[in-house]
Design a protein around this ligand. Structure first.
Ligand code: FAD
Ligand code: NAD
Length: 463
């Protein structure tokens, strides 16, 4: 087997494996190096997919125990089978991971199992678990090594009682009391999972709000809903350390009483993964926060070496990594490739979901852009009433002069799927009137989007 390739991709997460497939489609001879036996990266192995499997299962469990009775469905005794729930999650991951294996084979991508390390421009060494090495050469190299969990000074993640998201996806039993440090996406999603399964969950957030970066009005509304569901919050809580007792943990918060619990989930962000990557061997320097700097073609400071995904910073999202991977290799092969960073949606999969694309209201105010705002509550949407999920709203922000949609935010049922329409609208430079005049089927949740677009011009019908 030749170890000479047109493109060597290091890392088979959403950034890496998608780039590898697209490059192969474009006719390149591609290698993809992944150190883990299962392909798919953080996203598939210990991120997006397993968390969504548990969110779905825990929501069904809660509905079966609490709310289905309101629809005339009586289930006499609902019991949790946690091992089976975890097994369903693991099976989902394993099936999808094998699927990626199949896709790489189908597209003729050569897979190398081992740790990739740059040894010179155009050269990568793969070291497997038995310490055997394979030397690869490639005209182009793409670094897609992703990110790893970050922690706080004074807190050591032991994987048992003080854990990261990875272990919190596989707790062997439901913790009595769980403290979550960080009110971001991971904190809210996994906090919700374990609350639904029976834990008493407290989220400690350093800022005076949850979900920093998301639209404030929706973040506030979602905080209220999450509290009403039983998730407890302490905002403005700066965690300074955790001490382990014989069976419990004490979480230290600046200026406040310690909080005692059984387990602590540290969810304060992730940091770029450049460990033992050989960046110094080729002369790539990372920035202050450890990210790999790139230009608009995704090229690093070394010609022929590119980087995409979590390792380059920006939104740490799987679909952002995928878009960058595709744009990067299309640019290498065709000379053109581009990502519109104003049209990348972000979703938090709590219930209801929180979804966002484009500018928030705060960002528009800060940049002095004049805008008009249209909102529509799900409580006034027929389908939302029929399915019994009436919380939340759609909010559309459009340029005051041109009516072009600048941002859209949804808190509500299936918000994560609904936001796609508005991401496409932003991509196509649509006005709010374009969306308002597009026919939306009845009765659908998407009608709330049409009505919010109409509300920009003060002409919503049902509210
Ligand atoms: P990664 O997915 O981290 O992939 C990098 C790969 O490179 C890994 O497989 C790693 O093993 C491999 N690797 C690293 N170094 C080497 C080396 N030297 N040699 C060989 N292989 C190497 N994002 C969303 O968009 N939606 C979500 O719902 C979502 N949920 C999440 C939930 C959790 C709990 C977490 C932790 C993250 C979640 N994310 C979500 C974020 C998402 O997982 C990341 O943004 C995404 O995985 C980044 O893709 P990537 O390809 O850049 O890196
Ligand atoms: P995050 O950056 O989204 O949230 C971290 C939170 O921790 C912030 O709100 C921050 O203010 C808080 N924090 C920081 N220091 C603190 C301290 N000392 N005490 C208390 N709070 C503190 O990070 P995350 O939730 O860990 O997620 C990591 C990455 O994974 C994010 O980039 C996120 O986008 C991605 N992710 C995405 C999804 C999704 O798309 N649904 C789901 C999970 C994770």
């Amino acid at each position: 087997m030749s170890t000479q390739h047109d493109l060597i991709v290091i890392g088979a997460g959403p950034g890496g494996y998608v780039a590898a497939i697209r490059a192969a489609q474009l006719g390149l001879n591609v290698a993809c190096i992944e150190k883990e036996p299962a392909l798919g990266g953080t996203c598939l192995r210990v991120g997006c997919i397993p968390s969504k499997a548990l969110l779905e299962s825990s929501e069904l469990y809660e509905q079966a125990g609490n709310s289905l009775i309101n629809r005339g469905i009586r289930i006499p005794k609902v019991e949790l089978d946690l091992p089976r729930m975890l097994e369903q999650k693991n099976q989902t991951v394993s099936t999808l991971s094998k699927g990626i294996d199949g896709l790489l084979k189908k597209n003729g991508v050569t897979r190398y199992l081992g740790h990739g390390r740059l040894t010179a421009p155009g050269a990568v060494r793969v070291t497997d678990k038995k310490n055997q090495t394979t030397e690869l050469t490639g005209k182009n190299i793409l670094i897609a090594t992703g990110s790893v969990v970050a922690t706080l000074p004074g807190i050591e993640i032991d994987g048992e009682r003080v854990v990261s998201s990875t272990e919190a996806l596989s707790f062997p039993s439901v913790p009595g009391k769980l403290v979550v440090i960080g009110g971001g996406a991971i904190g809210l999603e996994l906090g919700t999972v374990w609350r639904r399964l029976g834990s008493k969950v407290t989220v400690l957030e350093y800022m005076n709000r949850i979900l920093p970066g998301m639209d404030d009005e929706l973040a506030k509304a979602s905080l209220k809903i999450l509290k009403s569901q039983g998730l407890q919050f302490q905002l403005g809580a700066r965690v300074t350390g955790v001490t382990l007792n014989r069976k419990t943990c004490d979480v230290h918060i600046k200026g406040q009483e310690n909080l005692r619990c059984d387990r602590v989930l540290v969810a304060v962000g992730r940091r770029p993964n450049t460990a033992d990557l050989g960046l110094e061997a080729v002369g790539i320097e990372t920035d202050k926060r450890g990210f790999i700097p790139i230009d608009e073609t995704y090229q690093t400071s070394v010609p022929g070496i590119y980087a995409v995904g979590d390792v380059v910073g920006g939104a740490m999202l799987a679909h952002k990594a995928e878009e960058e991977g595709i744009a990067c290799v299309e640019r290498i092969v065709t000379g053109y490739g581009h990502v519109n960073y104003d049209a990348i949606p972000a979703i938090v999969y709590t219930s209801p979901e929180i979804a966002s694309v484009g500018a928030t209201e705060e960002e528009l105010k800060e940049s002095g852009v004049e805008y008009r705002k249209g909102s529509f509550p799900f409580a006034a949407n027929g389908r939302a009433r029929a399915i019994g999920h009436t919380e939340g709203m759609v909010k559309i922000l459009a340029d005051k002069k041109t009516d072009r949609i600048l941002g859209a935010h949804i808190l509500g049922p299936h918000a994560g799927d609904l936001i796609a329409e508005l991401a496409v609208a932003i991509e196509f430079c649509a006005s709010s009137e374009d969306v308002a005049r597009s026919c939306h089927a009845h009765p659908t949740l998407a009608e709330a989007i049409k009505e919010a677009a109409m509300a920009v011009d003060r002409r919503a019908i049902h509210f």
